[in-house]
Design a binder for this molecule. Structure first.
Ligand code: AMP
Ligand code: MG
Length: 491
């Protein structure tokens, strides 16, 4: 396999060949204090065939901390707009990030290297172009956590710190993060050209995205409709995965919706501790627009914005028809994932109720989502089994017992062995998730220049389904101080 150095990364910048309206060319603005490496992800480096030894070079944080450029990079800030909290904002764009360039690996896969926190751009509006250490740690660790869970996500190549001061509610320090994805095009990238009535650019963008990422549609009839149908499907499946994992995106604005169906832009986000269908992970989301149980619907709402933006390219009725199947795509995927979480193999009409009633029990008992699902694998269908350890999580034991009889009968119907089922369930119900308080602990240590907790969580979350020795504490519910930490948009 090819092993590249920082000097031999193979850049091929297709976005920079698009019309100039699509972006603003500019270099990152270096920090004044020297950047230093906080953490790097060898698995992400592998995707661009970067030799792991390169991560240790002193040039690495210089390059990915905005202080130097590699041959072939053509940095640019991408233009987009979007609906923020339901309101159209005519111009957003990369206000604090630049696309350094695109690296193509030997398999022909293209990866955007996108530097977040790289300084002001023409799209910065009132912002300072920076990202604080706290928010880059949150993004870095959650990318690893989502990948460990098998949920589509952007990757984070590295986290680079600096002693430069950045001003938010308090004085903090700045950091940069290299985000990698096959594309950073968002729903909002389409919206900006639609609302500006630049329909030729809209077509150029759609053709570019299809050419790069949906090549099998290049010569298809009704290709824009079929492209949209793909985005609908990927989005429905992505959000079903979030829901099954008990994870919420705090800012599901259309500028944070990936055209490839990846989890994009980790600002406020959250894995639930206690199960709560109305969970709001973004402290600034006062009306709960992005509450956990709203997210499937918001996915559809966002897709309707994209459909609107595609109107100049495709028939309205055809786009509408794609939107109409969103709910059934979502429901099907969600049910498939949930059946796995419950260890069910066959499909039965009553599964929906069985699942819903269990979630209702969790809600009423304020039971911990991750712990209870993991414990569910210990459920025994044997005669007389009381499943005491699981039962203890529920406040209303009689209701749990009633549910347990239904579940037992349902499992017996499948005739699989308890041990075999346990193994299967433990491969989909994680032992560990990136709880808010765990990230908070890593952040506080890092703010005192101790990066060990970032490394510990990063390693843990690579394999969240396996019990790891000495890590028992990381599987426990949060301590009381860590239960309802307020995470806002400030980043
Ligand atoms: P986000 O909420 O992170 O998705 O950001 C929404 C928009 O605000 C994007 O256009 C960002 O580039 C921009 N933005 C966020 N923070 C800053 C900042 N500190 N400086 C400049 N632009 C920012
Ligand atoms: Mg964003």
């Amino acid at each position: 396999m090819t092993r590249r150095t920082l000097e031999t990364l193979s850049f091929d910048n297709t976005y920079a060949r698009l019309p100039q309206t699509f972006y603003a060319r500019l270099n990152p603005t270096p920090f004044s204090a020297p950047p230093y490496l906080i953490h790097a992800d060898r698995a992400a480096a592998e995707l661009i065939e970067l030799d792991p030894a390169q991560l240790m070079r002193s040039e690495f944080p210089a390059l990915f901390g905005g202080s130097a450029l590699a041959t072939g990079m053509e940095p640019l800030a991408m233009l987009y707009s979007g609906h923020q909290f339901g309101v159209y904002v005519p111009q957003l764009g990369d206000g604090r990030a630049v696309l350094l360039g695109e690296v193509t690996n030997e398999r022909g896969e293209r990866w955007d290297l996108h530097l977040k926190g790289a300084g002001m751009t023409p799209f910065s509006r009132d912002g300072d172009g920076r990202a604080v250490l706290r928010s880059t740690i949150r993004e870095y660790l959650c990318c690893a956590a989502m990948r460990g869970l098998g949920i589509p996500t952007t990757q984070a190549l590295c986290l680079v710190g600096s002693d430069d001061k950045v001003y938010r509610e308090q004085v903090e320090t700045g950091a940069m993060l290299v985000r990698m994805a096959p594309s950073h095009v968002r729903f909002g990238t389409f919206e900006v050209f639609y609302y500006r009535k630049q329909h030729e650019h809209l077509k150029t963008l759609a053709d570019y995205v299809i050419d790069q990422h949906f090549p099998y549609l290049r010569d298809a009839g009704e290709k824009y409709v079929r492209f949209f149908a793909e985005v609908v499907e990927r989005t429905a499946k992505l959000i079903a995965q979030w829901q099954a994992a008990g994870w919420a995106h705090g800012v599901m604005n259309t500028d944070n919706m990936s055209i490839l169906g990846l989890t994009l832009d980790y600002g406020p986000y959250g894995f639930m501790d206690d199960y709560d269908a109305g969970f709001i992970c973004n402290h600034s989301d006062h009306n709960g627009r992005y509450a956990f149980n709203q997210q499937p619907y918001i996915g559809l709402w966002n897709l309707s914005c994209l459909a609107q933006a595609l109107l100049p390219l495709a028939e309205k009725d055809a786009l509408k028809a794609c939107l109409e199947i969103y709910q059934s795509l979502f429901d099907r995927e969600y049910l498939t994932l949930m059946r796995k979480k419950f260890g069910l193999v066959a499909e039965q009409a009553e599964d929906d109720d069985l699942i819903r009633d269990f979630l209702g029990l969790l809600q009423d008992s304020h039971a911990d989502h991750t712990i209870v699902f993991r414990e569910l694998s210990t459920f025994s269908t044997a005669d007389g089994a009381t499943n005491e350890q699981l039962r203890e999580h529920f406040l209303n034991r009689d209701r749990f017992d009633e549910w347990a009889v239904r579940y037992r009968d349902r499992l017996r119907h499948e005739r699989n062995h308890n041990d075999e089922r346990r193994g299967r369930m433990n491969r989909v119900n994680p032992r560990y998730v990136l709880r808010n308080y765990l990230v908070q602990t890593a952040i506080e240590k890092a703010q005192n220049k101790d990066f060990s907790e970032i490394d510990r969580l990063f390693t843990l979350l690579q394999d969240p389904f396996t019990d790891q020795q000495g890590m028992e504490a990381y599987a426990l519910p949060p301590p009381s101080w860590g239960k309802h930490l307020a995470i806002s948009c400030s980043s």
